[in-house]
Design a binder for this molecule. Structure first.
Ligand SMILES: [Zn+2]
Length: 249
């Protein structure tokens, strides 16, 4: 049992005393994900990733995913809820402070939504300064995160453009695997979004003008080739890559 949300306080105390001194949590979002995926997508994928990473690291517990993040660039689509970056900074500080007070010695923070990487980077120094005895590892490499996913797409024979950075083949596949009831499978053949390169220029455009500037349906990629099998591969490869990153820190 490694998910704090499913454990009692005495069970958590015992786990920490028995050496489970690492806590892992994701920073998700509640935002539009095109016509095929529910707005909870990044939170659900964050839950799965944080759980898998904690399991693979060993001696680690998964703490609750932060369910809303910085999604101003999706606000033109109904259902999106966004935090100001200052709010997210404060929530992150309170999370780290709380976990540190219970005796965790390493705290790993994994954004599962593109808009959370920069705010996490901005506050990471302050998070590391909260407790000298606690090692805070903030995963802040958005381009690296996308590159991991693209490496799997290439292996699977899906183009980077279709795989996409938001609600494309990669995310739809991962959701088919992680939570099928959040996928509108009958719409995946007709949800092609922006299929240009996801580079600095595209990222800049999204964060300045909103995602609709690239795709009127809010999709980066094309989910037509999505499958549960692909989803399992994406999630396993991503878990391995993140664990490798953490172990190199
Ligand atoms: Zn997403």
């Amino acid at each position: 049992m490694i998910d704090i949300a499913d454990m009692t306080s005495p069970e958590i105390k015992e786990a920490i005393e028995n050496g489970y001194k690492t806590a892992v949590f994701a920073v998700g979002s509640n935002e539009q994900h095109g016509p095929c995926l529910t707005v909870s997508t990044d939170t659900i994928l964050g839950d799965v990733l944080a759980y898998n990473v904690a399991e693979k690291l060993g001696n680690a517990l998964k703490a609750p995913t932060i369910n809303v993040g910085c999604s101003e660039h999706h606000m033109m689509f109904p259902g999106t809820i966004t935090l100001r970056k200052e709010t997210l900074h404060m929530v992150l500080k309170d999370y780290v402070t709380s976990l540190a007070r219970h005796g965790f010695k390493k705290i790993i923070i994994l954004p599962s939504h593109g808009g959370n990487f920069a705010p996490l980077q901005e506050v990471s120094k302050e998070l590391k300064a909260i407790d000298q005895n606690v090692d805070v590892v903030a995963y802040t490499d958005l381009i690296g995160f996308v590159d991991y996913i693209m490496a799997t797409s290439t292996d699977l024979g899906v183009s980077k453009e279709d795989s996409g950075a938001h609600a494309g083949e990669a995310e739809v596949s991962m959701m088919m695997y992680a939570k099928p009831s959040s996928v509108r499978e009958e719409l995946t053949g007709d949800a092609k979004g922006y299929i240009g390169a996801f580079d600095e220029e595209a990222t800049q455009k999204i964060f300045t003008h909103g995602i609709a500037a690239l795709s009127p349906i809010g999709v980066l990629g094309d989910p037509k080739q999505a499958s549960k099998e692909h989803g399992e591969r994406y999630i396993n490869d991503l878990t391995d890559a993140i664990v490798e990153y953490i172990n190199s820190k």
